[in-house]
Design a protein around this ligand. Sequence first.
Ligand code: ADP
Length: 464
Amino acid sequence: MKAHDGMYIGGQWRPARGPDTIAVVNPADEQVIAHVPAGTADDVDDAVRAARGALPGWAATPPAERAARIAALRDVLVARADEIAETVTAELGSPLQLSQTVHAGVPVLVAGSYAELAASYSFEEKAGNSTVLLEPVGVVGAITPWNYPLHQVVAKVAPALAAGCTVVLKPAEDTPLTAQLFAEAVDEAGLPAGVFNLVTGLGPVAGQALAAHEDVDLVSFTGSTAIGRQIGATAGGAVKRVALELGGKSANVILPSADLAKAVKVGIANVMSNSGQTCSAWTRMLVHKDQYDEAVALARAAVAKYVPGERIGPLVSAKQQQRVRGYIEKGIAEGARLVAGGPEAPLETGYYVSPTVFADVTPEMTIAQEEIFGPVVSLIKYEDEDDALRIANGTVYGLAGAVWAADEAEAVAFARRMDTGQVDINGGRFNPLAPFGGYKQSGVGRELGAHGLSEYLQTKSLQF
Ligand code: ADP
């Protein structure tokens, strides 16, 4: 696989400051496909300096021109969609079709939405005798995970650029090649030098240096709650802005009036997509006690279609595979009933995990409380609506969820009572303009749409 052996800083590929590299592994066949440089604090410092230097010019660029550059970036992502999809498949392991439709496709929608928003957003408001200016926060340090290698990058970089901020990106060590492709796209789109900079590297080294850098004004992080907590503490200590998109344990609530077969089928597809490596996945399926046995049978039938190596890819790494298999073992040990799948690896090569369905899961079990980040779904029985709500809200997370009912208004009434940032009603479609982010320990701040743009703005009020 093609890889750059340097960092993209100040509009060019520069040699890394240190000699260390990171091996990129294809999780489907466990082969090393490339090496990228492991950045140090010195590389981060160079990148932040470049971003700081480019800030005044970019912040002063009229929004319509910023919009035109973001539109150009979207066009490059469209033109290079095949290469992006192949790269994501090579380093994440996702089936090519998923890489094409989701991993390459969604970033085009998101970049397009910010090209439009940059042009139409009102960067000035009136409030009584004041004019309120919405100004860029400054230099953004973006730290992204591997589960959606390009989407996570675009969901931070596009709004930051729309707002007039400049960016240093530290992508996940498992998927740096997609991030390098993105840097090429930025370059091809003609963004001014230093507006976007890329430093590949390890989390505790390059990520830590970026999060702690005193000349970064806002840290935008997506990843585990454990690291998010650390980054939030560091940012708090430095009194700098922080946006955190963390874990989830979302509930798929199937009310008795719903189309049970459809709700179960879509619910299983939601968890199995991307091998369960989605923070907003509906990993707890809540079913009324009278429909429970039928739902279990439907779930078993639905999951059978996800054949490892065909419709469902591997997990990203051996570490993740071990972790998820550990959770499956824990589910069995705590008394949940295995309906499909199990801890044994389904294929000899590749970091695959069997698509797994657990029944008789009680709300307090570990598999019903902790984020597993794999193709594992838990069916939980509820007595009545209040019981369903108590279970749905009964975790430390609140990122997403789903409600199904015959009547949309009935589903909406339930959704209003959920402590979570996003709810799909009867299988609602993805919307790149819908704010995405968490209640409770799922995070701080929102991504996507106008709410995602406002994260990168600060206000200045002029009184007349
Ligand atoms: P995951 O468990 O999904 O890999 P992490 O939270 O470990 O999630 O990683 C998400 C991102 O955070 C990655 O880019 C990773 O390199 C980075 N990261 C990990 N540890 C740190 C840290 N101590 N400081 C800053 N960034 C980190």
